[in-house]
Design a binder for this molecule. Structure first.
Ligand code: G3P
Ligand code: CA
Length: 263
């Protein structure tokens, strides 16, 4: 079994505001193998990297992201709420990479410019609300950047994730070469611990599920799946996931995880 991939959840989001360019560049600097981001649609159909349905927690705006145009969202501050963005003597100078809305397109550009292999794990939010639009627009954008049909030696490799089997199936249909992750917060009754549905080869259980079912990761792996566990921030959880043999560790603290792995 090889060393697990270390995937920065919303960037280095313990230290810097989640889903900002600064948080992703920090994770790359720290040596993360991959970056995780959530995407949702603006009112005018742009894919933006925001986790919550509403703007209130991570910006100085309010209301649903989907009610705003991209131009309106570009006016908001997505960073100053985070303790890592409070200026103090000797701290790095904050710039717009810490505060500006990140579009998926800007993240793709940054990842392609990184000059080293990077995995990008994109989670589509609310597939039922958007009626397939988010997956269609995502695949169109990835195709434009040559990332939807990757060859074996591509440096940037995209994987699409969702809690929704419907979204996973849509991606498998639109872009069969893209690997997909079926995220699991609980074990659905229909899921058999054999191969996952729709040609999905990666399971994404939450750490709560792994704590409750310590045999889950080995069982999924024994059936031929890979397993990426989220969100592994505590040292005890990291040990649990390493012992279980996970293939990917999704964490807000990539530097701490890499140190534990001796990297
Ligand atoms: O990586 C999967 C994980 O991000 C799913 O949960 O709520 O952080 O998007 P959430
Ligand atoms: Ca996510």
């Amino acid at each position: 079994m090889g060393a697990p991939l270390v995937i920065a959840h919303r960037g280095a989001s313990h230290d810097l505001p989640e889903h900002t360019l600064a948080a992703y560049l920090r994770a790359l600097d720290e040596g993360a193998d991959g970056l995780e981001c959530d995407v949702r649609l603006t009112r005018d159909g742009h894919l933006v990297c925001v986790h919550d349905r509403r703007l209130d927690r991570t910006s100085n705006g309010s209301g649903p992201v989907s009610a705003r145009t991209l131009a309106e969202l570009e006016q908001l501050d997505f960073g100053s709420w985070h303790p890592g963005c409070v200026p103090a003597d000797g701290d790095e100078v904050l710039d717009e990479s810490h505060t500006r809305l990140l579009t998926l397109e800007r993240l793709l550009t940054a990842v392609l410019a990184a000059g080293r292999p990077v995995r990008l794990l994109i989670e589509t939010k609310h597939p039922s609300r958007y009626g397939g639009d988010v997956e269609r627009r995502l695949v169109t954008l990835l195709r434009r950047y040559g990332l939807a049909d990757p060859g074996p030696d591509e440096r940037v490799r995209v994987t699409v994730m969702s809690f929704s089997p419907l979204a996973v199936r849509r991606i498998r249909t639109l872009a069969p070469a893209l690997p997909t992750v079926l995220l699991l917060e609980v074990l659905p009754r229909w899921l058999r611990l054999g191969r996952l549905p729709f040609g999905t080869a990666i399971a994404g259980p939450g750490i709560g599920l792994v704590r409750a079912r310590p045999q889950l990761v080995p069982a999924l792996r024994a059936a031929g799946n890979q397993v990426y566990v989220w969100t592994v921030n505590e040292p005890a959880d990291l040990e649990l996931v390493l012992t279980a043999g996970a293939d990917g560790i999704i964490t807000d603290r990539p530097a701490q995880t890499l140190t534990r792995l001796g990297r």
